[in-house]
Design a protein around this ligand. Structure first.
Ligand SMILES: Nc1ncnc2c1ncn2[C@@H]1O[C@H](COP(=O)(O)OP(=O)(O)OP(=O)(O)O)[C@@H](O)[C@H]1O
Ligand SMILES: [Mg+2]
Length: 394
């Protein structure tokens, strides 16, 4: 966009423009996202000058109607909130919890223990955001920051197929940035501005937002540094979501008690950037094969819980998981009959029936693969209804 160029700001000449772009600040939006203190730090500019430039940038965006003014009436905020985009989760249950879907201009934090479905949710939303507006999407693309090397294009393909979308097109609209360390993770976000704009990014995923920081800053002594750096990342993400009007999802693996990493669990992690920017916290919990999602902190949602499930289509309604189970059971039950005719002379088909059933169900039993990554303590403190001990329901 022509009027977002740095030199469209009065008083910003070629020298300042170069200084800023050398430091990774490419347009007026970036100035707001980074803020005066950081701008001064990274360009070596006087703090006063940086403040003036950032204020000018803010005014420029307010004049252009791209961001809200400092002082606004409640009705203006209400109007503004009506224009916030929502991305459906593709399920009735989670859409009910989110009151329609994930919001733009907001950061949604999803936390829970290993295998609870955070990554599956992130994959599902990366497909859903691409749906048309009539179908509950935003016709936008995705910036997926993968810090744990768990982004799987195959999952995207099956989720897209399950939603009757062209998998190739869906893959093309997901820009994956693999972050190798926490500094790299921050850098990716700092440089994301032009990518977001050029590609009409409507969803930014940080999966996991916290993992690298946690791995690099071990021990009590480093806790405050870690928190400070993590806060920087989360604030940046939150400001980008607000400035570029896109949704942001940050995942956070927590152990049995979810309160340790962001302080008080009832408070938003990123803090509120401005009055109308909200941060949502969702807690995912395993309950046998099903999953429970709880809205933990929201300025306007009631604190409630819904049950969802995981499947080929990503996050799914629990009824759909049951339908699938029934289908599989039917198929499995029929199998021995067919077998019986073909193999009748050699094998006693009837005796084998229960075994066939069990094999057919095996792929649905999960979490075993992930178990070794987790402290023994965590495993033993997880709900009694752990995946493996769950009896297979008929
Ligand atoms: N194709 C699929 N069909 C059904 N379930 C699946 C499929 N792929 C993965 N799952 C389930 O998703 C669960 C893993 O979820 P996910 O990877 O989202 O967990 P996570 O919360 O991101 O965990 P971590 O904290 O370790 O990253 C497993 O229980 C697995 O069975
Ligand atoms: Mg994950």
């Amino acid at each position: 966009m022509e009027d977002l160029r740095l030199d469209s700001l009065e008083g910003v000449g070629p020298v300042t423009t170069r200084k800023l772009s050398d430091a990774g600040v490419h347009n007026v939006m970036d100035l707001i996202v980074r803020g005066p203190v950081e701008i001064a730090e990274i360009t070596g500019m006087e703090k006063d000058t940086a403040e003036k430039i950032v204020n000018k940038a803010r005014q420029h965006l307010v004049d252009g109607g791209l961001i809200a003014k400092h002082f606004v009436s409640a009705s203006e905020i209400y109007k503004h909130r009506q224009s916030i985009g929502k991305i459906t989760t593709g399920t009735n249950c989670l859409d009910t919890l989110f009151d329609g879907g994930i919001e733009t201009q907001a950061l949604t934090e999803v936390y829970g223990e290993f295998g609870c479905g955070k990554t599956q949710f992130a994959h599902t939303m990366s497909v859903m955001v691409q749906k048309t507006k009539e179908e509950g999407g935003l016709e936008g693309s995705v910036l997926y920051i993968d810090t744990e090397n768990t982004f799987r294009p195959e999952r995207i393909v099956s989720i897209a197929k399950a939603h009757d979308m062209d998998p190739e097109k869906v893959l093309d609209n997901i820009i994956v940035a693999r972050a190798y360390n926490s500094a790299h993770q921050v850098l990716i976000l700092e440089e994301a501005g032009p990518i977001i704009e050029e590609n009409n990014v409507k969803l930014i995923v940080a999966d996991s937002a916290v993992g690298l920081f946690r791995a690099e800053y071990l021990g009590r002594g480093t806790l405050s540094v870690r928190q400070q750096k993590l806060n920087h990342f989360v604030h940046l993400l939150s400001r980008i979501a607000e400035t570029y009007n896109c949704a942001a999802i940050a995942t956070n693996q927590v152990m049995a008690s979810p309160d340790v990493f962001f302080g008080d669990p009832t408070r938003p992690i990123g803090g509120n950037v401005v009055a109308h920017t909200s941060t949502y916290r969702i807690y995912f919990k395993k309950s046998g094969k099903k999953r429970i999602a709880r809205m933990v902190d929201s300025p306007h949602h009631p604190e409630e819980e819904v049950i969802f499930a995981l499947g080929e289509a990503g996050v799914i309604d629990p009824e759909d998981a049951e339908k699938k189970t029934k289908k599989t059971t039917k198929k499995a039950a029929k199998a021995p009959e067919v077998d019986a005719t073909a193999k009748a002379p050699e094998v006693d088909a009837t005796a084998k029936a229960p075994e066939v059933d069990a094999t057919a169900k095996a792929p649905e039993v999960d979490a075993t693969a992930k178990a070794p990554e987790v402290d023994a303590f965590v495993e033993s403190t997880i709900d009694n209804e752990s995946e493996d001990s769950e009896p297979i329901e008929e």
